[in-house]
Design a protein around this ligand. Structure first.
Ligand code: ZN
Length: 371
C-alpha cells in the first residue's frame, strides 16, 4: 500500500500510469440520497447524505468526463480484457438505505447509469436501524442534554469506550468515528441498546428513508442494472473481529443475499473501509471477485481487485466556498486534482489480519472515512 508515499511520489506514479496508457477507473460511494439536505441534517448523520438534485448534478458532470459503466465492465477494463475510449466510472451506494430506492434510483434510471448497492444482509426487508445511526442519535442526545460518559450509566466496557471516544470534548460525529474504528461491532450494538435504554430512545421513530430497502426494491433495481453487493450481515468492521468470526459473517451474508435475490452476489464492500489480507482471502474463498475500500484514489490497471479504491461523496463534497453547488469543485473531485496535488491524503484501510486469541479487538486504530 502507498501509506508511506509522499505527495510527490503519488503525483509521479499517477503520471507514470498515464504514460503506459491504462485507463483509470473512478469508483464513487454514496450513502443516503435525500429530498431535503438541511431538513434531514437535523435528525441524521448528515455526512452520509446528499440531496437528490445535487446527486443528479454529480452524475451529469461525471458523464461529461467519464464513461459510467457497471462494476463488471470496470473490472474488465482494469484486467485489460475490455478497452475504453475514456476513463471509466462506477457509481456505488453503501448500507442499503430505502431512500436510495426512492431518490437515487429514478435519477440513475433517467440517466441510464448502472451501479452497485452494497447491503448488510441482516437488515434487508426489516425495520431495523443501522448501528451507526442508532449510536449517532444517542451520542447527539448525550451532548444536547449535557450528559457525560459516566453519568449516562451504561457500565463497562461501554463507559470506558465512551470516555475514550469523547476525549478532548469531541463532537458526536468524531466520537462515533472513534467507536466504529476501535471497537468490535457486536459490542457497539450492545452499547447502542444500553444507551437507547438509558436515554429513552428505544421507541425512536426514524425517517422512512433511513430504514433498509426491501428484497423487492433490490430486485427491481437489479433488473435495471443496479446490482446488489454484500456489506457483511450486521454491518460489521471485519478487521475488528477474529478472522474465524469474519469468515462466518462473510459466508452468512453471501448465502442470505443469494437466497433473497435468487442470483449470485460477487462484489463486496468493507465496512468502514477496513480490510486485511486474511479478510480478502476469506472473500475469495467464498467466491467474491471484488471488494471496495474507502481509499480515496482512482484505480489503475494492476490494482488488487480486493482493495479497489473509492471516493466517498456527500452534500458537502461539492459545497464550494459559499455553500452553493459548485460545478468546478465537483469536476476537480472526479478528475482527482486534489489527490494529485496531495491536498487530500487518502485514509488507508489496510489492517493486520486479526487471528485474535484475546483482547485484540480493543486495539487502537485510525479514523476512517465511513464505508
Ligand atoms: Zn457501510
Amino acid at each position: 500500500m502507498a501509506l508511506h508515499y509522499s505527495g510527490a511520489r503519488e503525483l509521479l506514479s499517477a503520471v507514470q500510469r498515464r504514460a503506459v496508457g491504462g485507463r483509470r477507473v473512478l469508483i464513487l460511494s454514496y450513502h443516503r440520497v435525500v429530498a431535503d439536505f438541511a431538513q434531514e441534517a437535523k435528525r441524521s448523520l448528515h455526512t452520509l447524505n446528499i440531496e437528490q438534485r445535487t446527486f443528479r448534478s454529480h452524475l451529469e458532470v461525471l458523464q461529461e468526463s467519464h464513461e459510467v459503466v457497471s462494476l463488471d465492465d470496470a473490472l474488465s477494463v482494469l484486467d485489460g480484457t475490455r478497452q475504453a475510449a475514456r476513463d471509466v466510472a462506477v457509481v456505488t451506494f453503501d448500507d442499503g438505505y430505502r431512500d436510495v430506492y426512492r431518490h437515487a434510483f429514478p435519477v440513475m434510471r433517467d440517466l441510464r447509469i448502472p451501479g452497485v448497492v452494497y447491503v448488510p444482509s441482516a437488515f434487508v426487508g426489516t425495520e431495523r436501524r443501522l448501528g451507526h445511526d442508532r449510536l449517532f442519535a444517542a451520542l447527539r442526545r448525550m451532548q444536547a442534554r449535557g450528559i457525560g460518559p459516566m453519568a449516562v450509566g451504561v457500565g463497562n466496557p461501554g463507559e470506558r469506550w465512551l470516555i475514550d471516544a469523547f476525549e478532548g470534548n469531541a463532537e458526536p460525529q468524531v466520537a462515533l468515528e472513534r467507536l466504529i474504528a476501535r471497537r468490535p461491532t457486536p459490542g457497539l450494538l450492545k452499547l447502542a441498546d444500553a444507551l437507547e435504554d438509558r436515554l429513552g430512545l428505544s421507541s425512536w421513530r426514524p425517517q422512512e428513508g433511513e430504514l433498509p430497502m426491501s428484497w423487492e426494491m433490490l430486485r427491481e433495481m437489479d433488473a435495471q442494472g443496479i446490482v446488489t453487493g454484500a456489506h457483511t450481515a450486521e454491518h460489521t468492521v471485519l478487521t475488528n473481529q477474529r478472522l474465524d468470526d469474519a469468515r462466518r459473517e462473510i459466508a452468512q451474508c453471501k448465502a442470505a443475499l443469494e437466497k433473497g435475490l435468487k442470483k449470485p452476489v460477487k462484489h463486496f464492500a468493507y465496512c468502514n473501509g477496513y480490510y486485511s489480507a486474511g479478510v480478502a482471502q476469506a472473500l475469495k474463498a467464498e467466491g467474491f471477485i471484488s471488494a471496495v475500500t474507502t481509499e480515496d484514489m482512482p484505480n489503475a490497471p494492476g490494482v488488487d481487485p480486493f482493495a479497489l479504491k473509492r471516493k466517498v461523496l456527500w452534500e458537502g463534497s461539492s459545497a464550494g466556498v459559499l455553500g452553493l453547488y459548485s460545478k468546478p469543485l465537483i469536476a476537480c473531485q472526479f478528475d482527482d486534482t486534489f489527490g494529485m496535488l496531495a491536498v487530500q491524503k487518502p485514509v488507508m484501510g489496510a489492517r493486520p489480519t486479526n487471528f485474535g486469541t484475546a483482547g485484540r479487538a480493543d486495539a487502537e486504530q485510525g479514523i476512517s472515512a465511513h464505508g
